[in-house]
Design a protein around this ligand. Structure first.
Ligand SMILES: [Mn+2]
Length: 426
């Protein structure tokens, strides 16, 4: 991290805040989940925290954390405190969270650039900008250097987080294995009359039973036409005989999340129209995965998926015309309206730039991406052949880009028609 910031004093410092503790309703709070950036830099799990990195300083790694407080710890549990930040987490200096505003100016004196992610929290922005303007007055009187450049910290952190080291890949593999097991359990459970929330409970429960934090994003269980709602999370209808069920769920393990989608027949066997569309989505997904290779542009995966999907749409009568023209004019978007994937890691839509200098960046070993094409035929689409109306299908896996073949981290999850039907007991 220090190498990424460059220079010693006079160079760049980085300030990252922990996540704010989100309220659910009334005075109930969600379980705290540290911000991915602060976790990435420090491993610190508790709220009211900030990390300040000042490469080249006497105390380069500074933390602000909740001070130990016996009476608060009775309610919310052990606090490592400033002692723990120094002793256990390796901070060179640590201060109580309450002193952040007062101490920031002196800690930022001497650095010409500050990396900071503004615009996420108004109160924090005010604390940082107040420190900078306060420091400005002192610095001009005493000839001190002070940050005169503000750089969006998300650029630097995104670039670092984009490349997963072996320890991170191991955690993603564990998340992927648990996720694959949960999808198989869902296929086994799903049958006519079972509610979408029962499938959700099975999946989320398995994530926890295997030691995961839980789902890395809200689990989607969409039976029948609910599968055509891309972010359907209501999950409260019964599964119906003859329908498909689309499940998009990923386990978060040690803060790294998988992201997997499978679509399976509630009655155990695909109907002919369902199977035809499923085979198209699967072929497009395999083509996109094959493009997940070092040296290929990121967008090659989407282009590969779109070509196979559009050819399939023409073959089954969803679209008419010349495939190249349909792609050029984006007519495929009528049935495939989202992108083919995203970076994956601590966040389900992980940090990292998709373009460099305005062009799709080249894939490199250590990047992890999802590949998730789909086909969604709205139930009221009068232009679509009747047999396909109301069918929504998505197939999603997590891929590690390597020096050689794409490494499908979620390969243990059934995907072929035969394997899916077998897992569904069809
Ligand atoms: Mn995804």
């Amino acid at each position: 991290m220090f190498a990424a910031l460059g220079g010693a004093e006079g160079g760049a410092a980085l300030l990252v805040f922990g996540a704010t503790h989100a309220s659910r309703n009334g005075d109930s709070e969600y379980r705290y989940r540290q911000s991915s950036d602060l976790w990435y830099l420090s491993g610190w799990e508790d709220p009211e925290s900030a990390v300040l990195l000042r490469p080249g300083a006497d105390h380069p790694f500074v933390m602000f954390v909740q001070a130990k407080d016996r009476s608060r710890e009775v309610w919310t549990g052990f606090r490592a405190g400033v002692e723990g930040a120094r002793g256990t987490f390796g901070a060179d200096a640590a201060f109580p969270w309450s002193e952040l505003g007062a101490r920031l100016p002196e800690l930022l004196a001497g650095w010409s650039t500050l990396h900071y992610a503004w615009g996420e929290d108004g109160e924090r922005d005010r604390t940082v900008f107040r420190a900078l303007s306060g420091l400005g007055r002192v610095a001009s009187r005493n000839g001190l250097a002070m940050p005169h450049q503000l750089v969006d910290a998300r650029r630097l952190l995104g670039e670092l987080r984009l490349f997963k080291d072996p320890a991170e890949v191991a955690l993603l593999r564990r998340a992927a294995d648990i996720t694959a097991e949960a999808h198989v359990a869902a296929m086994r459970l799903g049958r006519p009359g079972v509610a979408e929330y029962e499938v959700e409970a099975e999946i989320d429960g398995l994530f926890r039973r295997r030691g995961g934090n839980g789902p890395g994003y809200t689990t989607i269980v969409g039976g029948g036409t609910n599968a055509c709602v891309l972010h359907y999370i209501t999950n409260r209808e019964p599964l119906r005989a003859g329908d498909l069920c689309l499940v998009d769920a990923g386990c978060e393990y040690a803060n790294y999340t998988a992201d997997v989608t499978r679509t399976w027949p509630v009655s155990g066997r695909f109907s002919t129209p369902q199977r035809r569309l499923y085979e198209i989505v699967l072929a497009s997904q395999l083509a996109a995965i094959d493009a997940a290779r070092a040296g290929r542009p990121y967008k090659a995966m989407h282009d590969a998926a779109v070509r196979v999907l559009t050819e399939g749409m023409v073959a089954v009568g969803l679209l008419e015309g010349d495939v190249d023209t349909l792609i050029l004019e984006e007519d495929f978007r009528r049935y495939y309206m989202h992108g083919t994937g995203h970076w994956l890691g601590l966040d389900v839509h992980d940090a990292g730039a998709y373009h460099l200098s305005g062009t799709s960046r080249l894939l490199e070993p250590g990047m992890v991406v999802t590949v998730e094409p789909g086909l969604y035929v709205a139930p009221d689409d009068a232009r679509a052949p009747e047999a396909y109306r109301g069918i929504g299908i998505r197939i999603e896996d997590d891929i590690l880009v390597t020096d050689g073949e794409p490494d499908v981290l979620t390969a243990a999850c059934p995907k072929s028609v035969k394997d899916v039907e077998a897992a569904c007991g069809g």
